[in-house]
Design a protein around this ligand. Structure first.
Ligand SMILES: Nc1ncnc2c1ncn2[C@@H]1O[C@H](COP(=O)(O)OP(=O)(O)OP(=O)(O)O)[C@@H](O)[C@H]1O
Length: 234
């Protein structure tokens, strides 16, 4: 069977006036369906560039990106819009919620632009927010706001859940609860989840750990027995 996601010799060069910045200099990796993947590396290594290209928010300078048998590097802008809308759930460090909509309405908004959304109230319950769904973001803690953002991404029933430093703005225990939610979601919903972190202590939680350094893959490790998040201390 073909890998679910394949990056083949992916390069990304940003042109800043006369200066070329090589963010990715030939990146190769694969991801299986339903895998819980940790992408780790120092600041500036190229992690976000990889996730943004995979999520259809940026395009490579060269190379091939295959997702579920589709060569997304060949997508037109219109196809990329559809890809982002239907296939990708994205979770960011700073939640990016609409402040004048309730938690439930934030999630509902996302489901209105996709094909097969999940049941709103079931998703709110799955992320542990049934009791806060009528609150506005400003009435929620950081961890609760991130749960709304995760619910919003999941409710679209995406092929891939991409998370860029999802716990970067949260304290230790709240961050841990969010990572546990993501790991549990991957297992229960058989969702392919890719998480960026700069915290190497978190790598035991991944089924696969992709370490990035200076725009290249430094190592790829498979954890035969990934550690449940609640057992990791950092
Ligand atoms: N839009 C852009 N224009 C120019 N340079 C960029 C752009 N996006 C990223 N870069 C550069 O590409 C390199 C990789 O950046 P990237 O954001 O992917 O790293 P990162 O590993 O995610 O870092 P961090 O952990 O700090 O977010 C960096 O040198 C960065 O400055």
């Amino acid at each position: 069977m073909r890998d679910y996601i394949e990056f083949k010799d992916v390069k990304k060069i940003y042109k800043m006036g006369e200066v070329n910045i090589e963010a990715l200099s030939g990146v190769d990796f694969t991801v299986n369906k339903g895998e819980f993947v940790v992408v780790a590396g120092a600041s500036g290594a190229g992690k976000s560039t990889i996730l943004n290209i995979l999520g259809g928010m940026d395009s490579p300078t060269s190379g091939q990106i295959i997702v579920d048998n589709n060569e997304i590097n060949k997508y037109t802008n219109k196809e990329l819009i559809t890809y982002r809308r239907y296939d990708i759930g994205f979770v960011f460090q700073f939640y990016n919620l609409v402040q004048n909509l309730t938690a439930r309405e934030n999630v509902e908004l996302a489901t209105q632009i996709c094909k097969n959304p999940l049941d709103l109230d079931q998703v709110m319950e799955a992320v542990g927010l049934s009791h806060r769904k009528n609150n506005f973001p400003a009435q929620l803690s950081g961890g609760e706001q991130q749960r709304v953002a995760i619910a919003r991404a999941l409710a679209k029933n995406p092929k891939l859940l991409l998370c860029d430093e999802p716990t970067g703005a949260l304290d230790y225990n709240t961050g841990k609860a969010i990572l546990k939610l993501l790991q549990d979601t991957c297992r229960k919903m058989k969702m392919t989840v890719i998480i960026i972190t700069h915290n190497l202590a978190l790598t035991p939680m991944g089924d696969k750990v992709i370490k990035v350094k200076n725009g290249k893959i430094n190592s790829i490790t498979i954890n035969e027995n990934p550690t449940p998040v609640e057992r990791i201390e950092w």
